[in-house]
Design a protein around this ligand. Sequence first.
Ligand SMILES: Nc1ncnc2c1ncn2[C@@H]1O[C@H](COP(=O)(O)OP(=O)(O)OP(=O)(O)O)[C@@H](O)[C@H]1O
Ligand SMILES: CC(C)(CO)[C@@H](O)C(=O)[O-]
Ligand code: BAL
Length: 279
Amino acid sequence: MQLLKTVAEARAWRSTRSRVALVPTMGNLHAGHLALVSAARGQADDVIVSIFVNPLQFGPNEDLANYPRTFEADIAALEHAGVTAVFAPGVDEMYSAGGRSATTVHVAGITEMLCGASRPGHFDGVATVVAKLFNMLTPDIALFGEKDYQQLAVIRQMAEDLALPVEVAGVPTVREDDGLAYSSRNGYLTPDERRRAVALSAAIDDVTTRLAAGQRDYRALEARGWAQLTDAGFDPDYFDIRDARLAPPTEQTPVFRVLAAGRLGRTRLIDNKGVAAPR
Ligand SMILES: Nc1ncnc2c1ncn2[C@@H]1O[C@H](COP(=O)(O)OP(=O)(O)OP(=O)(O)O)[C@@H](O)[C@H]1O
Ligand SMILES: CC(C)(CO)[C@@H](O)C(=O)[O-]
Ligand code: BAL
């Protein structure tokens, strides 16, 4: 496995490879990331994983400084997982102007709702760094987790709108035994919060079960999910029922997507699930 620190090294590596799959990450790898790697290995001869904690996607009061950085353990896990190369640039290598960028990518509409409403500018930071990674590494395919469903939708839209020559693929969410989605930020939870965190996936499950049974009072179902979160001690940002493209559902919606986010203590968690409408 090669460790690439500069764009020049990454481009030189890329020029010697044929079909390449990219898995972008912010490190602190867990079973969710390893599922992306495993899916990527089925899609390409070479898998490159990027590890970069992107300052541009963190708000001024967010956890950029505290974000868990576990580089040595990440490298060992990726070597074990059969990854060909890791791209781990420093902030100055990714952004010449001290972590800023005069040019940013804004995907209108879809970035203003859900997590975009609670984290203004977040998706501009994500789209900008992912566009840069695509330009630096020119992957044939890039894989993203459905855990960050809105992020996946934003990147798909960006790739389509800008005719980026890369296939964007989603990978299902990997969960702990009690249903909590793996996330680097789970590590912030106290033992008591960790026990209560299960309410997030449980509330989404409850609503998806009701949608599958034919219930259609979306506002009441959202209120029900919201109440389950507050009962467990969450301060919810949203609990929404959408269609697969994140538009409000209609009578004809074939597949719903139930999405929720909220804070448990100082930790912001997100989750979502899809469910087919009964025919
Ligand atoms: N539980 C999971 N299942 C599947 N994919 C996941 C999971 N968690 C993260 N991913 C995906 O891994 C990629 C890198 O995500 P990232 O490094 O931000 O990890 P994270 O655990 O989501 O961190 P955070 O806690 O900051 O949200 C993204 O495409 C993300 O959707
Ligand atoms: C896609 C990503 C690596 C961009 O920084 C990040 O948002 C993440 O880890 O999901
Ligand atoms: N996993 C999405 C990246 C973020 O929350 O900043």
